[in-house]
Design a protein around this ligand. Sequence first.
Ligand code: NAP
Length: 511
Amino acid sequence: MQPARPGPGLPGPDGPGREVPEHEVLIVGAGFGGMGAAIAFKRLGIDDIAILEREDDLGGTWHVNHYPGLAVDIASVTYSYSFEPNPNWSRLFAPGPELKRYAHHVADKYDLKRHMEFGARVDSAAWDDDARIWRVRTADGAERTARYLVTATGFLSQPHVPDFPGLKNFRGKILHTADWEDDFDLTGKKVAVIGTGATAVQLIPEAAKAAESLTVFQRTPIWVVPKVDFPIPPPVQRMFRRVPLTQKAARVVNTSMLELLMVAGVLHHKQLKPGNKLAELLAKAHLRVQVRDRELRRKLTPDYDFGCKRPTFSNTYFASFAKPHVTLQTSGIARLEPDAILAADGTRIEIDTLVLATGFNLWDVNFPAFEITGREGRELGKFWRENRFQAYEGVTVPRFPNFVSLNSPYSYSGLSYFTTIEGQMKHITRLFGELRRRGRDTFEVTEAANDAFLDEMTDRLQSSVFYNGNCATSRSYYFNQHGEATLLRPSSTLRTLREMDSFPLSDYEFR
Ligand code: NAP
């Protein structure tokens, strides 16, 4: 690849003989995060961008996940970029394939596709402090260089496959929900689903419709509240198209409701405990209506507080368990046999299909998704694991110059991934705008600013459900391996957006 001069957006290298990187910006990941970052850079006039994506198409989670029943569980007026509303959503909660189409639409409209390279898996990245560039190694052994590195590799991108005894001996079909085979038909199959997270809540009703028998292995029950979902009629779509303000208004109303349920209730549990209890009552009433069997209801009822784990929405999940061919198994998994799964209570269940709805490994193999080495040999994963998980404003880390990590501790706004990325786009815009204003090309967050941010996050989390509620039995991925809830940014959406737009510029050093 020919080395390219830096684009018009930022000053070029300032020293004679300084190596010119191939790209000004290298983004890892072509999901909504990576695309949002690319849009922010393009708005700044930076066009020399490479987006490397390990998959064979764009869309991130919405490309990888295509299991039956996949849909958003945040209403689509909110689960989309605010600057790119889509009047064509077919339902209040759009089915998964529509998100993939939306991703393509955004990539076309903002001219992102020409920056993307697919099948390009990044293995490592290291900061070269002499040349002040990132050296990025891909799985094919090639080195790519860039002035700025942005990782947009997702939170839920490394599938978790537990090492169940005997798994290798199982002779039937094994499918992880993040690696679904569309032409595999569940009709007439004897199926076991392991897991009862948000994915399983969507998949189980579909599997129950098709399978001859379905056994669901539940380790931890999940709170499920009704999903108020309906098709968006064509006249409303037309109205959204002709008068965009109406869709904006719908977004504001929905986002405010969600903010109350998912953000205020979780983050201000200390003050708003009755709200969480109300949500629990709603979920219990929902369960009572759909499942008459008292013992089954008991097994499906969580013993941890609403909000410890991401709550789910479904009108059909609980009802699936009332069907005669669906069994809930809660005793655990003893082992797999070639044609069966043996439960811990000794029950032997003959199956020909094993569905692993076992989620993703966030804290062991993600954060970051590949090896990243900053200044003075600081390795990001090691730093996070041996110290506390931390990142200034959920995007930058001391000793990692010119690096923006979109999937960092405290980066995720509990409301929606789009709120998260739009806040981060604001941060990128402010930071790179300042870099340009000062005529510099290297930035690094100060240790002091990072420490102060970590202290503030720790402090703000004290009134959250994670530290005030009863979360001990929830097994929630919001908690890391040290038992700290370091995924969500404990701030309201408005506050996050404001802070991302107004952080003190003195929190960065510019070279
Ligand atoms: P998850 O929430 O991590 O759930 C994984 C499930 O597998 C849990 O029930 C877990 O049980 C179980 N499991 C894992 N290892 C196990 C083991 N060794 N033995 C028995 N059970 C085991 O993953 P997910 O359901 O894929 O959802 C992840 C996230 O994706 C959601 O929280 C949500 O943010 C997102 N999501 C979004 C949508 C949407 O918006 N449309 C849809 C699906 C998912 P324990 O709870 O006991 O660990």
